[in-house]
Ligand binder design. Structure first.
Ligand SMILES: NC(=O)c1ccc[n+]([C@@H]2O[C@H](COP(=O)([O-])OP(=O)(O)OC[C@H]3O[C@@H](n4cnc5c(N)ncnc54)[C@H](OP(=O)(O)O)[C@@H]3O)[C@@H](O)[C@H]2O)c1
Length: 261
């Protein structure tokens, strides 16, 4: 098993996709290092894991806290073999109505925080000439969509940064995988920010009828172990990526027609 004995740091491991990834890595007997803000939820996930596991309560937008977390991990585990940049937050609100503070929050969490964390972890990987980085972006990193201007921008930005790393890190044998899911059955739409920054608090159909986090996690581990650079995973919504690529006029016709839903 490719990830056996590897030290895997997962952000956003207290729920949804991060939680499912924690279980999938633990199944391969990796050492699973779980990061998120909610200690109770992290302990719940840890309790379900049989492999070596530790929780790190950390807000990844707090760079000082991230520095301390990395120092703590290195002092205990020596290195990080696999970094999973998963923590993130969505939004629901038309761009021209959305408070700029929402744009800042989303960009800070979804883009700047993973960039900061990756820059802290990379020296550990470069010095050993190996490592795996996994970045959970979104189909929204491939095209704009109603009510998700900051979210789509943050996910597009991840592609710009991490595709550059894919080029720069080849000689260091560090694989970077960009994961672009469509709808996944998690609480992401409930936790999404409204135009005024309050929680959206609704489970939407894209999520309730989406693929399961466990099935996505299985595909992610396989793709990373096989050195893949990008995967698109989901149901019919994945076709929008190909439609935009080959028939952009049709993409805009279809998506504009959704009228904010
Ligand atoms: N579900 C989907 O349909 C879907 C589709 C495409 C992409 N994605 C992406 O998948 C990733 C995971 O989302 P999910 O669907 O699993 O949603 P989720 O259940 O809401 O999980 C989000 C995770 O991020 C953590 N988090 C939020 N703010 C944080 C912070 N400041 N510091 C540390 N951790 C933080 C949350 O934990 P705490 O609250 O405990 O901090 C939680 O564990 C996101 O990047 C999302 O954009 C999801």
């Amino acid at each position: 098993m490719y990830f056996s004995q590897k030290k895997v740091l997962i952000t956003g491991a207290s729920s949804g996709i991060g939680e499912a990834l924690a279980y999938a890595f633990a199944e391969q007997n990796a050492t699973v290092l779980l990061c998120a803000r909610n200690e109770t939820e992290l302990l719940r996930v840890k309790a379900a894991i049989k492999a070596p596991c530790e929780i790190f309560v950390c807000d990844i937008t707090n760079y000082q806290a991230v520095d301390l977390m990395i120092l703590d991990i290195v002092s205990k585990y020596d290195t990080i073999d696999v970094l999973v940049n998963n923590a993130g937050m969505s939004q629901r609100g038309l761009a021209y109505e959305t408070d700029f503070k929402v744009d800042e929050r989303i960009l800070n969490l979804n883009y700047l925080a993973p960039v900061y964390l990756t820059k802290k972890v990379l020296p550990l990987m470069i010095s050993r000439n190996k490592g795996n980085i996994i970045v959970i972006t979104s189909l929204s990193g491939k095209f704009g969509f109603w009510q998700r201007s900051a979210y789509a921008a943050s996910k597009h930005a991840l592609h710009g940064f991490f595709e550059t790393l894919q080029i720069e890190l080849k000689s260091h044998h560090i694989n970077t995988l960009l994961v672009c899911p469509g709808g996944v059955k998690t609480n992401i739409s409930k936790n999404a920010l409204e135009k005024d920054g309050t929680p959206h608090n609704k489970m939407e159909e894209l999520q309730s009828k989406g693929i399961t986090p466990a099935s996505l996690a299985g595909k992610i581990l396989k793709a990373s172990a096989n050195g893949k650079k990008q995967i698109l995973v989901g149901k019919a919504e994945v076709y929008l990526y190909y439609i935009k690529k080959w028939f952009p006029w049709l993409f805009f016709k279809l998506v504009e027609g959704l009228n904010g839903r």
